[in-house]
Design a protein around this ligand. Sequence first.
Ligand SMILES: [Zn+2]
Length: 82
Amino acid sequence: MFDFEWKFNGKKIRPDQLEKEFMKSAAKNVQKQLKRNIESQRCPTHGRSAKFIAKYRNSLEGMNVETCCEEFKNAMLKKFAK
Ligand SMILES: [Zn+2]
């Protein structure tokens, strides 16, 4: 049996690391997309754009939206979060 050395994003990884590496990469992609979607929105009252905050680059935890007012934040969370 061959012992494969998988590569992910150009890095060699062990099979037991695959899920972790995949999650990191997935988190980055999700954050990138959320940032683009969220920061293209503007508050209907104040005309200011929202800011996407990601505390950890490789995790889906610690993500937040910063806005000029509570109403806009609620609208954004309703649209992009659960
Ligand atoms: Zn506002």
